[in-house]
Design a protein around this ligand. Structure first.
Ligand SMILES: Cc1cc2nc3c(=O)[nH]c(=O)nc-3n(C[C@H](O)[C@H](O)[C@H](O)COP(=O)(O)OP(=O)(O)OC[C@H]3O[C@@H](n4cnc5c(N)ncnc54)[C@H](O)[C@@H]3O)c2cc1C
Length: 600
C-alpha cells in the first residue's frame, strides 16, 4: 500500500469497524454518531426494500430503529484502497445482511460519514448463475426420450401464459422491459414481456428517420452483454433496434410481440392481476402477481389542444408520430417546441429542403454534444474512463453514490465551465433570438432530466442552423390558434404551414396506469419521475428519489420501470431483486414508502 492511500485506508477501516460493531450490538445511537450532521445514506434495496435517501442523523437513526433487527447487517469490509482528495476520503466496501450480499461506497469528512451508499448485489441462496456456477448445458450419457434445449424452450413458450401463469408481467418491450426481463430470467422468475409492436426494438425503429442516440456508447450498455468495442459512439436508432432484437433472443426472454395489453385489474383478495391482452388478434387473460409498466417515460404524448386544430387542412402530428423529413421537401413546416425532438425534427426537415420554423415558448438549455461528453460524462463514461479501469458497473455506482440533494452542487461547476468554453456559441444563439437557460439553479442538463425529464437539447448541429437563420425561429410567443393553412401566434404573427409538429413532450408514466388500470389507481400512485426539487415542472415537497420509479408504489403489485439506457441497466438490478425476493416469499418490509403529493 502506498503512503498516499495508507492513512485514508486506515481511516475507512476504522470507520467500517466501528459502524459494523455498533450495528451488530444494536447500538443505534453509536452508529448514528459516526455520521456527520450533514450526511446522506442512499440505500438501494438492502436496508429499506426501497430506493431511498435518508438525510441527516435523525432520519438515519429513525431508519435504523425500524430496520436493524430485520436486516441484521454484518461483515463490513473495505474493498481495495481508499483515496483522499480535498478533505474527503472515499472508499468501496462490501457488506452482508441476513438475506443478501451488498456493495457500498463511503465518503468521510474527517472521521465522520458524509455520504453512504448501500446496494443489494444478490440474495443469498438465489444468486444468478455465472462463471463457475454456469449450467453445463449438456447432459452426457445415454438419456432415453431426451428433451433437447430447443424443445424445452418451446415447451416453456407454449405453457407460459396459458397453462402456467407468469409471476411477473412486464407491459412494454422497449429497452426497459427487455433489461428487466433479462435480469428476471437470470433469477429464474417466470416472466412475460408484452410488446404491441411486431419486433423487439421497434420502439426505436419507429421514431423519426434521422434519430441517433444522444448518449454515448459507454453510457448505453445493456446488462450482461456490452456493445462490442467497435460499436459507434452514437448508435443510429435502427441499429439499437437490431441490438435489442438480438438481445431478446439470446437472453431467451419470453417476449410476446404484436401483443397489446388492453386492461388490467388488481384482485385484492387473491393478490393477483387480471390482465386482458390481445395477442396476434386473440384474447388472452394473464394472471401475474406483479405488474410492471415499462411502457416508456417518453410514452404518453402531450398534445396541446389548440383552437382551430380541427380546421387545419395540412398534416399535424405529435413528434412521436413524425416519420422524418423526406415527405416534406419544399413544404412549409412549423415545429412547436424547442427541446430535443423539436431540434432533431427541424434539422431533418431542413436537410430535406423544407421551409422550417421553430416556435419557442419558453427558454431551453442547450449543451453541445462534444462539450457535454467531455465535461459531464467523460470521467465515468468514456474511452478514457475505461482506460482508467472504470467499468460500467463502477461508473453506475459512483454516479449512484451522489445523493440527489447535493448533486446540483457537483453539476453547477460543469455547466459554468461549459458556458465559459462555448461562450461564443451561446452569444450567437442568443443573438439569433433563442431563449437560453441553464436550469433554475444553473445545474444544467442532467438535473433537468432527473427533475422534469425535459427542457434541453444536446446540440448535434441544429443550433448552428438556428444561428444561421436556416431554421427560422419565433421565440417568446405561444400559439394562439390554427387556421386552415397557418399557425397564428399570440403576437399575431401568421406562419403559413403545410405541416405542424407538436414537439410538446410527454406526460407522467402514471398516465399509463390511468389508461390500462383506472384513473383511481393512477391517482393513488401519483406522479412518476421528478425529485420534488421545487424547480420548474418538478414541484415539491422534496422526495429525494425519482418518484415511483423502480420501487414499491402505493398500489400493491404495481411497479414502474424506464428511463434512459443507463437507468434501465442500473435500476433493473434493484427492481429485479425486489421482485425475486417476493417470488421466493422472503420478507420485504418496505421502509419509507413515499407519500403522494401530485397526481400528474
Ligand atoms: C426522440 C427521442 C430520443 C431519445 N434519445 C435517447 C438516448 O439517446 N438515450 C437514451 O438512453 N434515451 C433516449 N430517449 C429516451 C427514450 O425514450 C428511452 O431511452 C427509451 O425509449 C426508454 O425505453 P423504455 O423501454 O422505457 O420505453 P419505450 O422505448 O418507449 O418502450 C415502451 C414500449 O411499450 C410498448 N407499449 C406501450 N403500451 C403498450 C401496451 N398497452 N401493450 C403492449 N406494449 C405497449 C410500446 O410499444 C413501446 O415499445 C429518447 C427519447 C426520444 C423520444
Amino acid at each position: 500500500m502506498s503512503e498516499a492511500t495508507r492513512m485514508p485506508t486506515e481511516r475507512v477501516v476504522k470507520w467500517l469497524d466501528a459502524f459494523g460493531t455498533s450495528l451488530e450490538q444494536g447500538d443505534i445511537a453509536g452508529a448514528t454518531a459516526l455520521f456527520d450532521a450533514d450526511s446522506y445514506w442512499r440505500d438501494l434495496v438492502s436496508f429499506t426494500w426501497n430506493i431511498k435517501t435518508i438525510e441527516g442523523r435523525d432520519a438515519i437513526q429513525a431508519m435504523l430503529e425500524t430496520t436493524l433487527n430485520q436486516v441484521q447487517p454484518h461483515a463490513w469490509r473495505i474493498e481495495g484502497e481508499a483515496t483522499e482528495a480535498g478533505g474527503v476520503t472515499e472508499s468501496w466496501f462490501t457488506f452482508e445482511t441476513r438475506l443478501a450480499r451488498g456493495k457500498g461506497h463511503l465518503r468521510l469528512k474527517g472521521d465522520h460519514c458524509w455520504t453512504l451508499l448501500t446496494t443489494m448485489i444478490e440474495l443469498k441462496g438465489y444468486e444468478e448463475p455465472h462463471g463457475r456456477t454456469r449450467p453445463r448445458g449438456v447432459e452426457h450419457g445415454i438419456v432415453p426420450n431426451r428433451q433437447i434445449w430447443l424443445e424445452r424452450k418451446q415447451q416453456e413458450e407454449a405453457e407460459l401464459g396459458y397453462t402456467k401463469q407468469p409471476y411477473v408481467l412486464i407491459i412494454g418491450g422497449g429497452q426497459g422491459g427487455i433489461a428487466l426481463g433479462a435480469r428476471l430470467k437470470r433469477l429464474n422468475v417466470p416472466t412475460i414481456i408484452l410488446e404491441k409492436h411486431e419486433r423487439p426494438g421497434d420502439s426505436w425503429r419507429k421514431r423519426y428517420r434521422s434519430l441517433c442516440l444522444h448518449d454515448p456508447v459507454w453510457y448505453d450498455h445493456l446488462p450482461y452483454i456490452p456493445f462490442p468495442d467497435h460499436w459507434p459512439v452514437f448508435a443510429p436508432k435502427d441499429k439499437i433496434g437490431d441490438w435489442l432484437e438480438m438481445y431478446t433472443k439470446v437472453m431467451e426472454l419470453n417476449y410476446w410481440t404484436s401483443t397489446e395489453a388492453k386492461s388490467a385489474h388488481y384482485d385484492e383478495a387473491t393478490g393477483e392481476w387480471e390482465v386482458v391482452v390481445e395477442r396476434k388478434g386473440e384474447q388472452v387473460v394473464l394472471r401475474p402477481k406483479q405488474l410492471v409498466l415499462a411502457t416508456g417515460m417518453s410514452g404518453v404524448p402531450n398534445v396541446p389542444s389548440i383552437p382551430g386544430a380541427d380546421k387545419f387542412k395540412g398534416v399535424q402530428h405529435h413528434s412521436s408520430k413524425h416519420p422524418g423529413g423526406e415527405e416534406f421537401r419544399g413544404k412549409k413546416c412549423v415545429v412547436i417546441g424547442s427541446n430535443n425532438s423539436a431540434h432533431d425534427i427541424c434539422a431533418a426537415l431542413w436537410e430535406h429542403g423544407a421551409d422550417v420554423t421553430m416556435v419557442q415558448r419558453s427558454s431551453t438549455h442547450i449543451a453541445r454534444s462534444d462539450t457535454l461528453m467531455e465535461l459531464a460524462l467523460g470521467g465515468l463514461y468514456s474511452e478514457q474512463a475505461v482506460a482508467n479501469g472504470i467499468t460500467t458497473d463502477i461508473a453506475d455506482l459512483i454516479f449512484a453514490s451522489i445523493p440527489y440533494k447535493i448533486m446540483h452542487e457537483f453539476q453547477i461547476p460543469i455547466y459554468q465551465e461549459m458556458a465559459r468554453r462555448d461562450a461564443d456559441f451561446y452569444e450567437k444563439l442568443s443573438a439569433a433570438g433563442f431563449m437560453l437557460d441553464w436550469g433554475d439553479d444553473g445545474s444544467g442538463l442532467f438535473m433537468k432530466y432527473l427533475r422534469r425529464g425535459s427542457g434541453y437539447y444536446i446540440d448535434v448541429g441544429a443550433s448552428q442552423l438556428i444561428i444561421d437563420g436556416k431554421i427560422k425561429l419565433k421565440s417568446g410567443h405561444d400559439v394562439a390558434y390554427l387556421t386552415e393553412d397557418a399557425v397564428v401566434l399570440t403576437d399575431g404573427t401568421e406562419l403559413p404551414a403545410d405541416l405542424v409538429v407538436y414537439a410538446t413532450g410527454y406526460g407522467s408514466m402514471n398516465g399509463w396506469a390511468a389508461r390500462l388500470i383506472s384513473q383511481e389507481v393512477a391517482d393513488k400512485v401519483g406522479k412518476c419521475w421528478g425529485l420534488g426539487s421545487d424547480t420548474t415542472k418538478d414541484p415539491g415537497p422534496w422526495e429525494g428519489e425519482q418518484r415511483n420509479m423502480w420501487k414499491p408504489t402505493r398500489q400493491e403489485g404495481l411497479w414502474f420501470h424506464g428511463g434512459n439506457l443507463h437507468q434501465s441497466r442500473h435500476y433493473s438490478q434493484f427492481l429485479a431483486l425486489q421482485l425475486k425476493a417476493r417470488f421466493e416469499g422472503l420478507p420485504t418490509p418496505v421502509y419509507g414508502l413515499a407519500e403522494v403529493y401530485h397526481t400528474a
